[in-house]
Design a protein around this ligand. Sequence first.
Ligand code: NPG
Length: 382
Amino acid sequence: MRIESVELRHVELPLVSPFTTSFSTQTRRHALVLRLDGTAADASGALASVTGWAECVALADPFYSPEYIDGCADVIKRYLLPTLYAAQDAGTDVTAETVGYLLRHIVGQPMAKSAVEMAVLDAQLRARGESLAHYFGAVRTSVPSGVSVGIMDTVPELLDAVAGYVEQGYVRIKLKIKPGWDLAPVRAVRERFGDELLLQVDANAAYTLVDAPLLRRLDAFNLLLIEQPLGEDDVFQHAQLAKLMTTPMCLDESITSAKSAADAISLGAVDVINIKPGRVGGYLEARRIHDLAKAHGKAVWCGGMLETGLGRAANAALAGLDGFTLPGDISASDRFYAQDITEPFVLRDGRIDIPQGPGIGVEPIPDVLASFTTGSEVLTPS
Ligand code: NPG
């Protein structure tokens, strides 16, 4: 395809309630939306004008990962797009399948790269009228929906929040934990909702191996998994901890590519992988991790980064693949946003429908997008 311009649009969406993890409290989501305009082959092979949409999932601050949203915008503007513009000027066909390769000399920056790849992929698929779900090879038309529940001030407050989500029909609850907020909330939720509730915990790297005796006590609560208890770099230590616990070990932050996933599997550091396309450099690498995990008999599920409807749509399509055997963090839009920038995703019998239209299958609602916009810039080939 040919990219004619990319608009980087900063938006700020208020959250319906503060969301606290072991690393921060968020009250709003500063997101970066990409609009790509260009030309691509339609179903008959003729060139057609097309628009592709994407979202960069980096947070406002570098607390979850080294990337942060303003840095990503800068990298996209100064390095990623100029590289793709130069490549197409030199006669290279820039496609979703070549973006990762063309950008390989730029070290790191997976979330920024993922956003650019997603915009190209969406445009390419829209031009030929193919849905992202079909492109991936999704085997279902809806996905079971789990919800991530933040750290709260008190256990009764947490129980009320969980009760509300269970009432709405979420099929799996994930509790955020940190030192000082772990055994007591998990015990309270188990006691109140019983053993049938699918329950898992996420520490976002808040513990060290010294905490192994404490973490082992979580084994009593029949959890689906414990997610990223130790640091991003502590893959070997996760392997050691996995030997000490019966709760399945899930990695999030530590899995940054298919290579790192292969290493973690070989080391015995991981039973289950949380796949977040942004964290691993894009949806194509995410699919490679799915394939690798499946070949090794490891379960995967799709994580979330408080995406707007754009990222939520693409995540749902990915989670339609058959190796996604556990419910993901793909909740309804109203879990986080009173007003999403796309038509909202809604919960139906505990599931979220995978959009079936061309590309990611959803688009921003122009007036809503405009009302949340705090700044934008259009980048064209020089
Ligand atoms: O449903 O989008 C969602 C949120 C899921 O808890 C969630 N994400 O570490 O997985 C995580 C966590 C997160 C929270 C990530 C805040 C980044 C910021």
